[in-house]
Design a protein around this ligand. Structure first.
Ligand code: UDP
Length: 334
């Protein structure tokens, strides 16, 4: 029996493959390398010393996807194949809806055809929109979201709820990620955006390695402790472990649709990030304060209690670990 990991060469997918393999699971991976590199597949094998089957296919290609189900004994699926850049989604909404929503539908329909009904979905804290109250609980108000990327996550969550209502033999875990950062401690895999990064941590990493001149801090007049935006940064390896625990729950208890926040429960400001990154790695992070970024919110961090109580999930890595591992990866991969 194998777990199918779609988008397994991507940032969160690759770290989850490592955790699954280290946990003794058999995996089958698909990826079309639209935002990842073929070499990552070799690196996952190198880190774990384990082998697995890989298919270079697009999950929108139903025929190829069916071949994967024909040729393997797939028991469950984790879907990491979504596009994830907020700004890009505003420019290319159709591409985002096709890839994320149509892709998820084709995947679920194929699973149904082969009677595979265990599904873990990568969702995001973006589904909460601008929260009324922090920390955010799973039953907090959803939306309104501020961009097509967020809408795709919200729509797929709704599709999964409707699917479960129609057939309660499905077992579904929806994992709402807060802000994944850091890299594997080996320095071999991590986040490697092709263009100028949109997100804070990869941008800081490029400034730290002098690939970019300075960081722009988007506003210091928010209602937060130092005026800069506050987020719940979670180490990608902790996040990956969350998937292993979610699958365990579906395997052991099953029968239901479960929703979990995956975060640390701690909010750090942009200035906290700059200061800790600079101190831990002994590097300069020049920055300037600029205008607020459109659509940004002041504060967003999780209440992680439900994942702790029901999955036994606790984020173990500290902000220092996140900053050290991020820098270690970027230094190795300049
Ligand atoms: N941010 C910033 N400069 C950057 C990128 C991000 O000041 O170049 C801030 C942003 O305004 C927010 C925080 O860093 O307060 C996290 O932004 P990111 O895009 O990483 O995550 P998201 O806003 O999607 O949670």
């Amino acid at each position: 029996m194998s777990i199918l990991v779609t988008g397994g060469a991507g940032y969160i997918g690759s770290h989850t493959c490592v955790e699954l393999l280290n946990h003794g699971e058999n995996i089958v991976v698909i990826d079309n390398f639209s935002n990842s590199k073929p070499h990552t597949i070799d690196l996952i094998k190198k880190i774990t010393g384990k082998d697995f089957k890989f298919y270079e296919i697009d999950y929108l290609d139903r025929k190829s996807l069916e071949r994967v189900f024909e040729e393997n004994n797939i028991e469950s699926v984790i879907n990491f194949s979504g596009y994830k850049a907020v700004g890009e989604s505003l420019e290319k909404p159709i591409e985002y809806y096709i890839n994320n929503v149509s892709g998820a539908l084709i995947l679920l329909d194929t699973m149904k055809k082969y009677n595979v009904k265990k599904f873990v979905f990568s969702s995001s804290a973006t589904v909460y929109g601008d929260p009324d109250i922090v920390p955010i609980k799973e039953n907090s108000r959803l939306g309104p979201t501020t961009n097509p990327y967020g809408n795709t996550k919200l729509f797929i969550e709704q599709i999964l709820k409707d699917l479960y209502k129609s057939d309660n033999s499905w077992d579904i875990a929806i994992l709402r990620y807060f802000n994944p950062v850091g890299a594997h401690e080996s320095g071999l895999i991590g986040e490697d955006p092709r263009d100028i990064p949109n997100n804070l941590m990869p941008y800081i990493a490029k400034v730290a390695t002098q690939q970019l001149k300075e960081l722009s801090i988007f506003g210091n007049d928010y209602d937060t402790k130092d005026g800069t935006g506050v987020r719940d940064y979670i180490h990608v390896v902790d996040l990956a472990r969350g998937h292993v625990l979610a699958l365990n729950k579906l395997d052991k208890e099953g029968k239901g649709i479960f929703i979990y926040n995956l975060g640390t429960g701690i909010g750090y400001s942009v200035l906290d990030m700059v200061n800790v990154y600079s101190k831990v790695n002994n590097v300069d992070i020049p920055y300037k304060i600029t205008e607020r970024r459109k659509g940004d919110i002041a504060s967003c961090y999780s209440d992680p209690t439900k994942a702790k109580e029901e999955l036994g999930f606790i984020a173990e890595k500290t902000l220092e670990d996140m900053c050290r591992d991020s820098y270690n990866f970027i230094k190795n991969n300049k």
